[in-house]
Design a protein around this ligand. Structure first.
Ligand code: BES
Ligand code: MN
Ligand code: ZN
Length: 499
């Protein structure tokens, strides 16, 4: 992982580095604290704004040489737009944009004046989180940096100067932990599949022990004993054995039923015998985005010591074609006892999740169960990169998820389940087939398949094929992997399942 910025939160005081960041709204109003920090009257800034035609628009910046006699050399004025309307997402994005600006100017040390009473303590923490999320670059395998890439090793030292140090710092500690989870999820998705196989991925889950997460790893033999013929069927074409990692965070009341998250962890999806076309196949290194999100979430919850009992289960396999691979026409028996006719070996995610969901429900009796998976191209076609597909057997859970999607910015859109779709996964030869028989309603038929492994536990399936990877660049995410799902589910836990 690239060098991360060092972000500190301190009580407001005179600036001690040459670069100071202050805020201005769209009427170019600058708080008194910021003017005092610059020194002088603020007139010089007004003049500079007028010359540069700076209007204080949200996430726009004005770079000013500090007026004579000021305590700093340089002032960067960050536009807030309509300051009174800014929500937490706006502060997060502003942090991302600010980091981008400082990086483009190659500024190594800066202070940000956030002492104005109008700036809530939480806003500093959101700004800091945005900076950290923005800073991530995947450059682990670059041994040489081209001259114009020197910014890749850019290390920023930034201090946010706030009104209430204790309360902002406490919020930041929490949000930093969550950002750590997002960066972990991104890193897992970005890592190449030769480096991150099922065994190596399971080790990353074990590594969360450092934060107090307890992880158990089941081997292929142990899964065989449990009868996980569907998950193990997918793994058969790979030389690398499957793993099931079970992560536990017990931050809640003793004896209280856990909430459970289940992730699809296909470390590489070649399609198997129903092999995918070559173009873009490399992207299928990200077919473990669901497992990455669950692992990142466990990191986030543990880092911020969430007051909830949480289970994270990830099914780790590689889908490859070889002489021992499953074929179209094969019939597999899952742990639930239900049989599956494999009509397309490229519909492997549901086979992995069928066993992982059943296992999770059977062993932990969770109060709710949510799975994440880069499951279908159909979902990507329907919703693009902007929203993940949401399927649920429970309206209340679906509504909660939808709402935290809106507030966290990791958005969802509900798609249907129903008997008429359920029938589409029937087959004369077994209990079900692993396709819907055609391209019609492809995201829903995959969800119907999963639902056959869920009893009456409130359950939701998030199809993140479009949002986990290949993501458009935003203020807070500049790379291929977004870490989608970590902030969303952290927010869900925080607002509905703690305390
Ligand atoms: N991992 C893919 C889905 C996918 C596609 C994720 C594009 C991200 C981007 C999944 O295993 C798959 O291949 N699904 C097939 C299912 C079909 C064979 C029924 C699909 O969507 O085409
Ligand atoms: Mn596939
Ligand atoms: Zn897949």
């Amino acid at each position: 992982m690239a060098t991360l910025p060092l972000i500190q939160i301190k009580a407001f005081s005179k600036p001690s580095v040459p670069t100071l960041v202050i805020f201005a709204d769209d009427e170019l109003k600058i708080d008194g604290e910021a003017i005092a920090a610059v020194g002088g009257s603020g007139e010089a800034i007004e003049k500079a704004a007028s010359i540069a035609d700076f209007k204080g628009k949200k996430s726009s910046f004005l770079d000013v040489i500090a007026p004579a006699g000021a305590d700093v050399d340089r002032v960067i004025v960050a536009g807030l737009g309509k300051a009174s309307e800014l929500n937490e997402q706006d502060w997060l994005k502003l942090g991302g944009a600010l980091f981008g600006k400082l990086k483009s100017l190659n500024i190594e040390a800066a202070e940000v004046c956030m002492a104005a009473p109008a700036i809530a303590d939480k806003h500093a923490a959101y700004l800091a989180q945005g900076m950290l999320l923005r800073s991530y670059v995947f450059d682990d395998f670059k041994t040489k940096k081209a001259d114009d890439e020197k910014s890749e090793s850019y290390a920023l030292n930034v201090t946010l100067k706030v009104g209430d140090e204790a309360s902002s710092a406490a919020a930041w500690k929490e949000y930093e932990g969550v950002a750590g989870g997002v960066l972990l999820a991104r890193e897992l998705v970005n890592l190449p599949p030769n480096v991150l196989g099922p065994v190596e991925f399971a080790q990353k889950a074990v590594d969360l022990g450092a934060l107090g997460v307890e992880t158990e790893v089941l081997t292929a033999e142990q899964m065989e004993t449990l009868g996980m013929g569907a998950l193990l069927g997918v793994a058969r074409g790979s030389r690398r054995p499957a793993r099931l990692a079970i992560m536990k965070w017990n931050g809640g009341k003793e004896g209280e039923a856990p909430i459970a998250f289940v992730g699809k962890g296909v470390v590489f999806d070649s399609g198997g015998i129903s092999i995918k076309p070559g173009a873009g196949m490399d992207e299928m290194k990200g077919d473990m985005g669901g497992a990455a999100a669950v692992t990142g979430l466990m990191h986030a919850l543990a880092a911020r010591k969430a007051k909830a009992n949480v289970i994270g289960v990830i099914g780790l396999v590689e889908n490859m074609p070889d002489g021992d691979a499953i074929r179209p026409g094969d019939i597999l028996t899952s742990m639930s006892g239900q049989t599956v006719e494999v009509l397309n070996t490229d519909a492997e995610g549901r086979l992995v999740l069928g066993d992982a969901l059943w296992y999770t429900q059977d062993r932990f009796k969770p109060s709710i169960m949510i799975n994440l998976a880069t499951l279908t191209g159909a979902c990507l076609i329907a919703l693009g990169n902007h929203r993940a597909g949401l399927f649920s057997n429970n309206d209340e859970l679906a509504q909660k998820l939808f709402e935290v999607g809106e507030t966290s910015g990791e958005k969802l859109w509900r798609l249907p389940l129903g008997d008429e779709y359920d029938k589409m996964v029937d087959t004369p030869n077994a209990d079900m087939r692993n396709t819907g028989g055609s391209r019609l309603a492809g995201a829903t038929t995959a969800a119907q398949f999963l639902q056959r492994y869920v009893n009456d536990t409130p359950w939701a399936h998030l199809d993140i094929a479009g949002t986990a990877m290949g993501s458009p660049k935003t203020e807070i995410s500049q790379g291929w992997a977004s870490g989608y799902g970590v902030r969303l589910l952290n927010e869900l836990v925080k607002s509905h399942y703690e305390g």
